[in-house]
Design a protein around this ligand. Structure first.
Ligand SMILES: NC(=O)c1ccc[n+]([C@@H]2O[C@H](COP(=O)([O-])OP(=O)(O)OC[C@H]3O[C@@H](n4cnc5c(N)ncnc54)[C@H](OP(=O)(O)O)[C@@H]3O)[C@@H](O)[C@H]2O)c1
Length: 341
């Protein structure tokens, strides 16, 4: 499997590391050998049709340099779009930063890769929140796979659970705590009695929150994940415009303390029912969704199985890279099935 990695930060590097370390195991257990033939960052690209030296790539990035400095195959100014056009590969990993305003640069990368008949694995939610129905259609039309397991729950297999484990069942509604940062803040407000601003600073110091936490605390990150689940698990045809979004900025410490005194807690669940919405909600402290800290929890309400809740870490480079590996194995199996079918 000839792989291009676009975006070589926390997730891209963790993935490259896994692929290098587990190369033999992947070949033995899943029958394919992954080879990273190009990797791209914001400055340029590293390319080698025989496969890049992953350790060298990671050393470059850890020393604060660009992939463009890769000895022999580094090219300054070469973009993700250039690589999709020019490099012979069968799978593109899209792991550039999320922008919900226009989905770029990921949206162009995914579209171009699908048009060039490349399988795509995305960890970037932005393009999917804006255009998932159209992208799924494009992938089907081009007879290639589009997968994005890491976009919801990072390594926790939320999408796989809803799509594959509940096969034959009908998921009627989904409700989930999908954003670790806002959940950490609400947990600290409730249990530690701290104000929102202070809890946010703690989350930033602990590495949970981004320098710009707008997407997290305004509910936008949760809304993106709802769009992905609604399309993928429930077969809806929606984008972020269809989600009613309310974040946690209006929640006060008094609200949190009052809820706690009544044996309840304030959370920021995202819900896919008749409507799709994100809003701060008071729930019982012993509810399955009342998870603490930066955890994620997603409850599926299925026709036969009833309510089933999946709980796990919702972020992390290595966790998300593990989800990408699952997708690659899934693609390999699907591609083989298509070939033989
Ligand atoms: N980290 C997580 O826990 C996690 C979990 C689930 C999903 N995700 C999603 O996965 C994606 C990647 O996350 P991350 O944590 O790896 O982000 P990150 O550490 O900020 O890395 C982003 C990478 O993208 C590169 N980049 C930026 N603009 C680019 C462009 N125009 N063309 C090519 N490369 C470009 C950056 O280049 P430079 O190195 O030159 O800056 C960097 O290598 C994001 O969309 C994120 O929301 C992350």
């Amino acid at each position: 499997m000839r792989i291009v990695v676009i975006g070589f930060g926390t997730v891209g590097q963790a993935l490259a590391e896994i692929l290098a370390r587990k190369k033999r195991e992947i070949l033995r257990n899943y029958g394919f050998e992954p080879s990273v033939v190009a990797a791209v960052d914001s400055v340029g690209a590293a390319m080698d049709s025989h496969g890049l030296d992953i350790e060298r790539l990671i050393r470059l990035k850890k020393s604060g340099r660009s992939l463009a400095d890769y000895p022999g195959g580094g090219r300054k100014g070469v973009t993700g779009m250039d690589v999709i056009e020019d490099v012979d590969a069968d799978t593109v990993i899209e792991a550039t930063p999320t922008r919900v305003e226009d989905g770029e640069p990921g949206l162009s990368h995914i579209e171009a890769a699908l048009r060039r008949k490349r399988h795509v694995v995305a960890t970037n939610k932005g393009p999917l929140a804006i255009a998932l129905p159209a992208l799924m259609e494009l992938a089907e039309y081009r007879n290639v796979a589009l997968r994005f397991s890491g976009t919801v729950g990072a390594g926790t297999p939320v999408l796989g659970f809803g799509k594959k484990c509940l096969l034959g069942d009908k998921v009627m509604s989904i409700r989930g705590i999908l954003n670790g940062t806002s959940n950490y803040i609400l947990t600290r407000m409730s249990e530690g009695g701290v104000a929102l601003g202070e809890a946010l600073k703690e989350a930033q110091n602990a590495g949970y929150a981004e320098a710009d936490p707008t997407y997290d605390i305004e509910g936008i990150d949760t809304a993106c994940k709802l769009v992905i689940m609604a399309n993928w698990v429930m077969g809806r045809n929606v984008t972020i415009k269809d989600v009613h979004v309310n974040g946690i900025t209006g929640v006060t410490q008094d609200d949190a303390t009052r809820a706690r005194s009544e044996g309840k807690t304030i959370k920021l669940p995202g819900t896919i029912g008749e409507e799709i919405s994100v809003a701060p909600t008071v729930i019982n402290a012993d509810h399955p969704l009342a998870v603490g800290g930066a955890l994620n929890a997603v409850s599926f309400n299925a026709e036969y199985a009833g309510e089933v809740t999946v709980v796990g870490k919702g972020a992390g480079g290595i966790e998300t890279a593990g989800a990408v590996l699952r997708d690659l194995i899934d693609i390999r199996r699907t591609a083989v099935a298509v070939q033989w079918g």
